[in-house]
Design a protein around this ligand. Structure first.
Ligand code: PBG
Length: 314
């Protein structure tokens, strides 16, 4: 009866798998702070994409980790047509074609030696407008590599509009934009910094949002839609379900939520200690995000959770 009257259902197609691919490795490298998640080789990434597809997951969000010596102040590896992210997009596309939605992180932090999401001005501050020019270039190389959706995640003002123009200019009108609309400056990104080998020393408070603010997200939302966002995202998910619910209630575009690295690691760590039931806890977090209005959920558990769901365990 409870199953019959349940107000919220999870489906494998609600899930999107974020995946890391690292240049120059021959074996996958486990991420210590994210037990069960690895930095993929090009080869194991292709396998992970196929596995996700077979489990019914609808999309994959790719993050590239360049070799250390390729990082520089402008993050040029991010716009190199042969850079790791572009190579990975081509690999996955060759493997799964259009069956799985291929998304790419459009941000400089994986590629800069200072670890910021943008380029810096003479005073060492992130230069919003100079960064937009880099994002335009990034969007074009990612689109050329065959990506279906770009995810500008750097929280620069005007990024969606600039990326839309850049894509349209090269005839890539059909590449969609998943806008990181409300991206909070969160302590829960901690494990991700290891995942992408980030060089960041300071913080991102000058461009990511203050956890105290909700209305600011709604202003960001209005701007993103005006600039041409096809889908919008709230990130992190768990501590921001109120923001997610508000955003979902006020738009008619698809709304995504990103269950980030720290949300993943907390559950894994507690489960490892035997303090919570891992599978139940995972499905509860995903159900909560879905209930709050997250139509698409980016989660490192995507493939495994999709397999559970297909087996009728929820
Ligand atoms: C920026 C980006 C970050 C994450 C996704 N895209 C890091 C940050 O903003 O600090 C975090 C994802 C996670 O923690 O799982 N390229």
């Amino acid at each position: 009866m409870r199953r019959m009257v349940a107000e919220t259902r999870l489906h494998p197609a609600d899930l999107i798998l974020p995946a890391f691919v690292r240049e120059g490795i021959t074996e996958p490298v486990p991420i210590q702070a994210m037990p069960g998640v690895v930095q993929h080789t090009r080869d194991t990434l292709r396998k992970a994409a196929v596995e996700a597809l077979e489990a019914g997951v609808s999309g994959i969000m790719l993050f590239g980790v360049p070799e250390d010596e390729k990082k520089d102040a402008a993050g040029t590896a991010g716009t190199d047509p042969d850079g790791i992210l572009q190579v990975a997009i081509r690999d996955v596309k060759a493997e799964v074609g259009d069956e799985l939605v291929i998304m790419s992180d459009l941000c400089l932090d994986e590629f800069t030696d200072h670890g910021h999401c943008g380029v810096l001005d003479a005073d060492g501050r992130v230069d919003n407008d100079a960064t937009l020019e880099r994002y335009a270039e990034m969007a074009q190389v990612q689109a050329d590599a065959g990506v279906h959706v770009v995810g500008p995640s750097g929280m620069m003002d005007g990024q969606v509009g600039v990326v839309r123009d850049a894509l349209d200019t090269i005839g890539k009108e059909d590449v969609s934009i998943l806008a990181y609309t409300a991206k909070y400056s969160s302590a829960f990104y901690g494990p991700f910094r290891e995942a992408v080998g980030s060089s960041l020393k300071g913080d991102r408070k000058t461009y990511q949002q203050d956890p105290a603010n909700l209305h600011e997200s709604l202003r960001e939302l209005a701007l993103d839609l005006e600039e041409g966002a096809d889908m919008v995202m709230v990130k992190p998910a768990g501590p921001y379900l109120d923001v997610l619910a508000k955003v979902a209630a006020s738009v008619d575009v698809p709304v995504a939520a990103y269950q980030i690295s720290g949300e993943y690691s907390m559950v894994e760590a507690a489960a490892e200690k035997g303090w919570i039931d891992r599978e139940k806890a995972i499905l509860e977090t995903l159900t909560g995000i879905r209930r709050a209005g997250g139509q698409m959920i980016l989660t490192y558990w995507a493939t495994e959770a999709a397999q559970w769901l297909s087996a009728g365990r929820r």
